[in-house]
Design a protein around this ligand. Structure first.
Ligand code: SAM
Length: 336
């Protein structure tokens, strides 16, 4: 998924800094509980999942919970081929997505072609029916939902996020939705997945390594990915305005006047020896603010890397401009 603030391209850098810091203390990853409280797509925890004692992952957004519940929470294999095949061959259905987010229903919105909107409805309804009827386990339910969210995102008619739809259907959105299995890695250990505000969850968990990747600007994820939440929750509500927005939870990390206080609270209450914080050099908090907050609680260091970030334009062609960015990884080894 092309996710705002995704650390996919930075994962090798983040991983190497974490490994180096933990090893310098003579600690083995195998004995560590690794927690990530702003999980997003879960890409960083996916890398650590096979190597640590346990992963704890969390995100405020329901679609992210679905992805993390599958990619991290699922760790025992099951056969999925028949389920994916059956879902992929369902007859299209005129449900909530078609009614409110496709042009053919007269909604005035063009997030999906009519054909893809009806397929999303058919697949989503069947997954729910299977769950209600006890035909799938929780593990299978989240695996199927994650597969659908990934597939729907690939054919969404947006520049990249769901804050707006394009006026004409772009080539990738014209393709027929292809339901592919959202494969997860198999391992013996169980993991924990939460859907809470990080500042609340921090009081309920403890471990060794804490990785934090909070939003760094004013773009609320709930607004920018509202349609993925609607597919994840598939509840009944009155979509609002031109984009069919739903109510969403607002994050303090996206508000200039609140972010430093929220961040300080989080670091103070973290019952973890190693804390790593990804934060962009163009963020709402500047680097000295992050450093000064973290330094209050132990030994602080900064690791940086430069990379090319692609900014999505809002035009029809989805051209992207590369900009040079410095990514900061703030390191805190907390006092015992
Ligand atoms: C920069 S993204 C994380 C991206 C992730 N590292 C990845 O590579 O996919 C920030 C995430 O924080 C989540 N978020 C924002 N405020 C939050 C809060 N108060 N508690 C928990 N999660 C929050 C957002 O939903 C979003 O997924």
């Amino acid at each position: 998924m092309n996710y705002i603030g995704s650390k996919r391209r930075l994962s090798a850098f983040i991983r190497s800094v974490i490994l180096r810091t933990v090893a310098a203390d003579g600690k083995s990853l195998r004995d560590c509980v690794f927690a990530e409280l702003f999980g997003g797509t879960g890409i960083i925890s996916r890398g650590f999942k096979p190597e640590v004692k346990q992963v704890i992952i969390n995100d405020l957004e329901p679609y992210s919970y679905v992805l993390c519940r599958n990619y991290i929470g699922n760790h025992r294999p099951f056969d999925f081929r028949e389920m994916i095949r059956e879902l992929g061959s369902l007859r299209p259905q005129e449900g909530f997505i078609y009614q409110h987010y496709c042009a053919g229903s007269g909604s005035g919105r063009l997030y999906f072609t009519d054909a893809n909107g009806k397929r999303i409805d058919a697949i989503r309804s069947r997954i729910e029916a299977w769950k209600v009827g006890g035909a799938v386990t929780d593990d299978q339910y989240y695996f199927l939902l994650a597969s659908l969210i990934e597939a729907a995102d690939k054919v969404a008619n947006t520049a990249s996020v769901y804050g707006a739809f394009l006026k004409r259907v772009k080539p990738s959105a014209q393709k027929s939705l292809a339901l592919e299995p959202a494969l997860f890695s198999v391992n013996d250990n169980g993991h924990l997945v939460f859907n809470q505000d990080a500042n609340q969850l921090i009081h309920q968990i403890k471990g060794d390594i804490l990785y934090l990747d909070p939003p760094y600007n004013g773009r609320q994820y709930g607004a920018n990915y509202h349609l993925l939440n609607t597919i994840a929750l598939y509840d009944d509500f009155e979509p609002r305005g031109k984009t069919g927005l739903r109510d969403y939870r607002r994050s303090r990390y996206c508000r200039g006047g609140q972010v430093a206080e929220a961040f300080e609270e989080l670091i103070r209450h973290a019952d973890f020896r190693y804390v790593f914080v990804s934060y962009n050099n163009e963020g709402l908090m500047d680097a000295p603010t992050v450093a000064s907050i973290m330094s209050r609680y132990g030994r602080y260091e900064l690791a940086t890397t430069h990379y090319q970030r692609f900014k999505a334009d809002t035009d029809q062609n989805r051209t992207h401009q590369a900009t040079a960015t410095t990514e900061h990884l703030h390191i805190l080894v907390k006092d015992e």
